[in-house]
Design a protein around this ligand. Structure first.
Ligand code: SF4
Ligand code: SF4
Ligand code: SF4
Length: 255
């Protein structure tokens, strides 16, 4: 388990390097265009699956795959400003979800009206394979955008506030069964896990107020906190019933 973060890091770097060749399967612009064309494509299937599994495995898509997140992680290590952790701004997230899907569906319905699209089609490879000029530009904008966001803002600020996909994954991850758990009997409250967390989740608050269950929907299940803890007090594990876990922990203390 201690090596989890090593595997996580390898995964993120691998996807970062591969992204120019598999951009069609990962880039959100392709989701927009899939809706536009009325096609269920590979990118829709992949991100749809990631959203669907988030109530079980949390934000694995954000923490293990997404190149935009990885770029922010890399650049935020030399961040120019240190902005304090703050909770995601829900209204910005909702607004971005609405803008993304409303615009895409409006175009789809216009095309329906004109008889250009015959219903929704299952067509994984519908969108062009080649990394043509248009999508190359999108990739370059995405990359530079993520570099700037990482340099100028708090860790993963954009993931917490701007990204519609992150918002959808976070909604599922609120119920995630796979979460970091602190064994309070081993923890000395040093705060290293919190300082090193890729998202700067206030882990100490969860230790103090939630019996060590880090139930934040922003958690990327990356394992960095596990690696950071010298006391071996932190593990990422399946907790099937959060309420029961908390109650049992309280019972143990009061016994
Ligand atoms: S929140 Fe969005 S940009 Fe950030 S890692 Fe998740 S999918 Fe990628
Ligand atoms: S790093 Fe370990 S010992 Fe320190 S606060 Fe986190 S869980 Fe506790
Ligand atoms: S709490 Fe741990 S696993 Fe979750 S994002 Fe932070 S460092 Fe990664």
């Amino acid at each position: 388990m201690k090596k989890l973060y090593t595997y996580n890091f390898i995964s993120r770097i691998l996807f970062l390097l591969l992204v120019p060749t598999i951009f069609r399967a990962l880039g959100f612009a392709f989701i927009w265009h899939s809706i536009f064309f009325g096609a269920i494509t590979i990118v829709v299937i992949i991100w749809g699956t990631i959203i669907l599994i988030s109530p079980l495995l949390g934000r694995v898509g954000c923490g293990w795959i997404c190149f935009m997140g990885t770029i922010q992680d890399l650049t935020s290590t030399v961040s120019l400003f240190k902005i304090k952790w703050n909770k995601p701004k829900r209204w910005i997230r909702v607004l971005n979800i609405l803008i993304f899907f409303t615009t895409a569906f409006i175009f789809l319905f216009i095309r329906f009206d004109k008889g250009l699209v015959k219903g929704i089609e299952f067509a994984p490879w519908f969108l062009d394979m080649d990394f043509n000029a248009h999508y190359k530009h999108v990739w370059i904008y995405d990359t530079f955008g993520a570099v700037l966001l990482g340099l100028l803002l708090e860790r993963r600020w954009a993931c917490r506030n701007l990204c519609f996909m992150g918002a959808l994954c976070a909604a599922g991850a609120s119920y995630s069964r796979l979460i970091p758990v602190v064994d309070k009997s081993k923890c000395n409250n040093c705060g290293k896990c919190e300082a090193d967390c890729l998202v700067r989740i206030p882990i100490k608050e969860y230790i103090a107020n939630n019996q060590g269950l880090v139930t934040s929907s922003e958690c990327l299940v990356c394992g960095k906190c596990v690696e950071s803890c010298n006391k071996k007090a932190l593990k990422i594990k399946f907790v099937w019933n959060r309420k029961n876990y908390i109650q049992e922990s309280i019972d143990k203390i009061t016994l």
